[in-house]
Design a protein around this ligand. Structure first.
Ligand code: PMP
Length: 355
C-alpha cells in the first residue's frame, strides 16, 4: 500500500483519562461527578419523542440558550453553547487567537490548550506558575495574542480572585481573555459579572462536572454580543448542528433543578474538605483545592508507584508525566465511600511499606 502519511497533519493529540469498562472500579481519574444527573433529566429523557430525531436540531440552539440566559441572568445574545466546553474552547481558539502573536497560558494547566494551539497553528507561550502553583497576574501583562486559563486552575485546583482576573483584563484590552470555569461551581469566584464591563472577556462553563452530565457533552460560554456573534460564525463554518435535540432538552432539564444542583455540589465540597484532612493526616501535601479534585504529592512515596498500585486495586486516579508535576496525583473527589476506599488503600499501602 502507498504511504499517504505526507498528506496527514501529524499532530500530537490530547490524552484523555482512561474510561475503564469494568463496573467494580472506583473511578477518580477524570473529574466526573459521582452522583447521577438531576431526576428531572431522567423525566425529560422518558418524555422525549423519538420522532424529534428525524429533524435536524435548531442550529441557533434557541431553547437552551434562552434557558441559560434566564438561569444566569444575562442577555440571550451573550450566550453560546457547544459539545462540551472542549468544543466551546476550541471554537474560541479558532475565533479569537488570530493576531499572529503568541497566546499565553500557564505552564501547568489544562493539557488541551497546547493541543488546540498546535492544531490551529497558533503560536503560544507557557507562563510558569510560581513555586506555590499560583498564577501570577503580572506575568500576563506582556504583549500577547490572547490569554486562556482555567479558574480554578487544573490540575492544581487553585482559584484566583475575580479582582486579579479584572487586572488581567484591564492590562489586555486589545486581546481576548478566556476564563475556563469548568470547576467554578465547586468554590471559586466567577468572572461572569465582568462580561458587562470588559468586552474582551469570554467565560466558559460545562455541564460535565457540577451537573453530572459529562456523557451528554454540553458546554457553554458567556461574553458580549460581538464575541458571541463571532463564535457562532465559526461554529456555522464547520458544523451548524453541534448539539442534538435530545441533548439540549436534557441540559435544559438539568438547569431547572437548582435544588438538586446545590445539594450534590454541597456534598462534593463537604467530601473534599473532609478528605483533605484525612489525606493530610496520611502525610500528603496539596494546594488548597476549590475544585472537585485534589492535586496531591507525598514526600515519601512516588506518585507513579502509588498510581500503579491503586490501579492494580481497581482505583483509578490521574498521573501526569510532565515537568514539575510528575510526583503528583490528581484525585477526583468521589462519594464519601469512594474516598474512604482510597484512603483505606493508602493506609494499608503505607503500613506494608513501613514493615
Ligand atoms: N476545561 C478544563 C480545565 C477541564 O479540566 C475540562 C475537562 N477535561 C474541560 C475544560 C472540558 O470539559 P468538557 O468538554 O467535558 O466540558
Amino acid at each position: 500500500m502507498r504511504d499517504l502519511s505526507e498528506n496527514f497533519r501529524g499532530i500530537e493529540p490530547y490524552t484523555p483519562g482512561e474510561q475503564p469498562q469494568n463496573s467494580d472500579r472506583i473511578k477518580l481519574n477524570t473529574n466526573e461527578n459521582p452522583y447521577p444527573p438531576s431526576p428531572s433529566v431522567q423525566t425529560a429523557l422518558r418524555s422525549f419523542d423519538c420522532g424529534d430525531l428525524k429533524l435536524y436540531p435548531d442550529p441557533n440552539m434557541s431553547a437552551l440558550i434562552d434557558a441559560l440566559a434566564a438561569h444566569y441572568g444575562v442577555g440571550r445574545d451573550c450566550v453560546f453553547a457547544g459539545v462540551g466546553s472542549d468544543d466551546v474552547l476550541a471554537t474560541c481558539f479558532m475565533a479569537f487567537f488570530n493576531s499572529g502573536k503568541p497566546i499565553l497560558f500557564p505552564d501547568i494547566t489544562y493539557a488541551f490548550y497546547d493541543v488546540w494551539a498546535n492544531l490551529f497553528s497558533i503560536d503560544f507561550h507557557r507562563v510558569p506558575l510560581n513555586g506555590a502553583f499560583e498564577i501570577v497576574k503580572e506575568d500576563y501583562y506582556a504583549d500577547n495574542g490572547g490569554i486562556v486559563f482555567p479558574n480554578p486552575n487544573a490540575p492544581t485546583g487553585l482559584d484566583m480572585p475575580a479582582a486579579a482576573i479584572e487586572d488581567i483584563l484591564k492590562n489586555n484590552s486589545g486581546v481576548v481573555v478566556i476564563v475556563d470555569e469548568a470547576y467554578i461551581d465547586f468554590g471559586g469566584e466567577s468572572a461572569l459579572p465582568l462580561i458587562e464591563k470588559y468586552d474582551n472577556l469570554v467565560v466558559t462553563r460545562t455541564f460535565s462536572k457540577s451537573r453530572s452530565m459529562a456523557g451528554a457533552r454540553v458546554g457553554f460560554a458567556f461574553a458580549n454580543p460581538t464575541l458571541i456573534r463571532e463564535l457562532n460564525t465559526i461554529k456555522n463554518s464547520y458544523n451548524s448542528y453541534t448539539l442534538s435535540n435530545l441533548t439540549m432538552k436534557l441540559a435544559s432539564a438539568a438547569l431547572s433543578d437548582e435544588e438538586y444542583f446545590n445539594e450534590t455540589v454541597g456534598k462534593i465540597i463537604a467530601t473534599r474538605e473532609k478528605y483533605k484532612l484525612k489525606l493530610r493526616e496520611l502525610g500528603f501535601e496539596f494546594p488548597d483545592s476549590k475544585s472537585n479534585f485534589i492535586f496531591a504529592t507525598h514526600p515519601k512515596y512516588r506518585a507513579e508507584e502509588l498510581f500503579e498500585a491503586l490501579k492494580a486495586s481497581n482505583i483509578y486516579v490521574r498521573h501526569f508525566d510532565a515537568p514539575r508535576i510528575d510526583n503528583y496525583l490528581r484525585i477526583t473527589v468521589g462519594t464519601d465511600e469512594e474516598m474512604r476506599a482510597l484512603t483505606d488503600f493508602f493506609e494499608e499501602y503505607m503500613r506494608e511499606a513501613e514493615k
